[in-house]
Design a protein. Structure first.
Length: 126
């Protein structure tokens, strides 16, 4: 995890900003309202996250072609590259962790991971 923290720090991106970049990367383009909902923040707080990412060149703002009042956020090539590097490092670390566990421990760890992921993404179902 030390290297992952270093990568986030080196890119001057916080974990919440990386989390947001991952969502924008998956969708390619999100509105500020969608970002606020994803992050469970107010639109004003989400704007602060996006502003920092835009200053670093990881995202860019666009006007919606059908509604000029609506601002869309799109990930840049630089942002996609950062997300890819961090995800690759996470995969490498998880593979290392899984390698020291027995098959039964791997199953148990996977069940815990899935529960945490579900509870974080769908807290109302818990």
């Amino acid at each position: 995890m030390q290297h992952l923290s270093g990568e986030l720090l080196q890119g001057r991106v916080s974990f919440p900003q990386f989390f947001l970049l991952g969502h924008i990367s998956a969708a390619q383009t999100l509105s500020m309202t969608e970002i606020a909902e994803t992050m469970k923040h107010t639109t004003a707080a989400a704007t602060g996250l996006v502003e920092r990412l835009a200053k670093l060149g990881y995202v860019k703002r666009l006007q919606d072609a059908t509604d000029r009042r609506r601002v869309l956020i799109r990930i840049t090539a630089k942002g996609s590259s950062l997300v890819g590097r961090i995800r690759q490092h996470m995969i490498e670390r998880l593979t290392t962790v899984a390698g020291v566990l027995t098959p039964d421990e791997q199953v148990g760890w996977l069940l815990i991971y899935e529960k945490i992921q579900h509870d974080m993404l769908c807290p109302q179902d818990s």
